[in-house]
Design a protein around this ligand. Structure first.
Ligand SMILES: Nc1ncnc2c1ncn2[C@@H]1O[C@H](COP(=O)(O)OP(=O)(O)O)[C@@H](O)[C@H]1O
Ligand SMILES: [Mg+2]
Length: 296
């Protein structure tokens, strides 16, 4: 069975020549503890596009981010950032579950500035340039009203804005965010999604954001990478989020329902050899197996 179930023509014609490609993931397989966590995953991202990496718990989203960041070796396959060699400077990253102590004496503005350090060994930027770059980032994420408050005391949505600015200040080509909406209420999630979509377009950055729920991302996703049991399908939402495509990906029948503008993926619980047992337990802790697994 092929891993890249859907292959589509890129939105930008320039992609065909390669100069707009911000990331290429080529046939990546990762085996951990005897288990195949990523199984021949292939897709590419284009500068200026917003892509959602969608998959339920245990699908392999965080592992894929670690592979892209060079923190997780692959069993086979390769990753290329931009058109050349990967460097840390080229990737901005907002990790999953980033916890900030409420009493930590660090202002939002200070945390943003830390994104400039560790990127350039050797000559530091002059302090005037640093301050201007921080100010530019504060404005880019609309953080002017809270950038001087202690980061640990900010709301979830405000902290996300600071972390996004922290990741963007080194001017990466690629911005990765691992489940940044997980602890936000609907309104804050919509604001963060709108901000990221604007940043992708205005700064010509490829934004890849993981989520276990695709609905908040539907209005802004240029493309989707759907992960199930470590395998990926990529393309536009209309191309990928279809019963035929997802059924092939899961290896058993899946229904895709559209209800009041929302998408609901209903995957039958027919035994799937790719799905680890722990994953099934995550979904239905203590309830026994239900007749269907509702992914969204
Ligand atoms: N170091 C590891 N050793 C063994 N299995 C791992 C390791 N890290 C992750 N996994 C397994 O890989 C699968 C994917 O995990 P992860 O990438 O964290 O998924 P997601 O971020 O989509 O929830 C899970 O089944 C998880 O248990
Ligand atoms: Mg994860």
């Amino acid at each position: 069975m092929t891993s890249d179930v859907v292959t589509t023509t890129p939105k930008s014609a320039a992609t065909a020549t390669g100069d707009q490609t911000a990331l290429t993931v080529d046939d990546v397989t990762v085996r951990l503890g005897g288990r195949t966590v990523l199984d021949h995953v292939s897709f590419s991202l284009t500068a200026g596009e917003f892509t959602g990496l969608i998959g339920s718990n245990g699908a392999g989203k965080t592992t894929l981010f670690k592979v892209i960041l060079g923190l997780q070796p692959t069993t086979s396959g390769s990753v290329r950032v931009g058109s050349g060699r990967r460097t840390h400077k080229d990737i901005g990253y907002v990790p999953q579950k980033f916890l900030l102590d409420p009493d930590m004496p660090l202002r939002g503005r200070d945390l943003i500035a830390l994104g400039l350090d560790g990127q350039r060994l050797g000559v530091p930027l002059p302090s005037k340039t640093r301050r201007a770059r921080v100010e530019e980032m504060v404005e880019a994420v609309d953080a002017g009203g809270f950038a001087d408050a202690r980061v640990g005391r900010l709301s979830g949505g405000e902290q996300q804005r600071i972390l996004i600015a922290h990741a963007l200040i080194s001017r990466p080509q690629l911005l990765l965010l691992d489940e940044p909406l997980a602890n936000l209420d609907l309104r804050a999630a919509q604001d963060v999604v709108g901000l990221l979509s604007r940043i992708a377009t205005e700064q010509r950055i490829a934004v890849l954001i993981s989520a276990h729920e695709m609905n908040p991302l539907l209005p802004v996703m240029d493309r989707i990478v759907y992960l199930a049991a470590g395998r990926a399908a990529s393309g536009t939402v209309d191309e990928v989020v279809r019963s035929e495509v997802l059924s092939e990906l899961y290896g058993h029948h899946v229904d895709v329902l559209r209800v009041h503008g929302r998408v609901i993926v209903v995957a039958g619980t027919g035994h799937d050899e790719h799905v680890p047992d722990e994953q099934a337990e995550h979904h239905h802790a203590g309830e026994g197996p239900p007749p269907v697994e509702i992914v969204e």
